[in-house]
Design a protein around this ligand. Structure first.
Ligand code: GAR
Length: 188
């Protein structure tokens, strides 16, 4: 089984969906740890009973991005991580992590890329008045949400931002596990 680490900066609902999917045999992979750049993120509360290492690495404690990523890298080596799964990790992956995990880093983004990359994709969708937005699972490269697309699903924009976000989250939780299971088990 693929050994994967989830990177999360926030609530961690996608991390939880992946954890549950592994538990239920719907995602054939092994979740070996959670890494967060935010020591007070809700993901740590959510995941406290999952029985896997939960690791906070605060970029502020390092002089450079390279030093931060080198510290993360040594944790990933300890965990024997093979794939990095970004789930609300609000930071660009730099050359240090890319060099080690090239082609084995995936991200989920709340829009139909290449529309609305970066922060607050749902807010961007509202600002543009689109009627349809969606979710994209993609490989991570050096750009901001620019890597090759793995899976996409459309979501209708709802009357409110809250309702739209709820629909997007529901789609995300299903799409991420399905896309990863397919990616990691293609030859079977
Ligand atoms: C998700 O909607 C994810 O697509 C988005 O952050 C949210 C995290 O939710 N990611 C980005 O915007 C990345 N640019 P979660 O913490 O509940 O999984």
């Amino acid at each position: 089984l693929v050994r994967f680490v989830v990177f999360a900066s926030g609530s961690g609902s996608n991390a939880e969906a992946l954890y549950q999917a592994v538990q239920q045999g719907e995602l054939r992979g092994q979740l070996v740890g959670i890494v967060s750049d935010k020591p007070d993120a809700y993901i740590f509360t959510r995941a406290k009973d999952w029985g896997i290492p939960l690791i906070a690495v605060s970029p502020k404690q390092y002089e450079t991005k390279d030093a931060y990523e080198t510290a993360v890298l040594s944790i990933l080596e300890e965990l024997q991580a093979e794939w990095l799964v970004l789930a609300g990790y609000m930071r660009l992956i730099g050359p240090t992590l890319l060099a080690e995990f090239d082609g084995r880093i995936v991200n989920i983004h709340p829009s139909l890329l290449p529309a609305f990359p970066g922060k607050d994709a749902v807010g961007q969708a509202f600002a543009h008045g689109v009627h349809v937005t969606g979710v994209t699972v993609h490989y991570v490269d050096a750009g901001m949400d620019t890597g090759p697309i793995i899976a996409q699903q459309a979501v209708n924009v709802q009357a409110t931002r809250e309702d739209t976000e709820a629909c997007i989250h529901t789609v995300e939780h299903e799409l991420y596990k399905t896309a990863l299971d397919q990616l990691w088990n293609e030859e079977r």
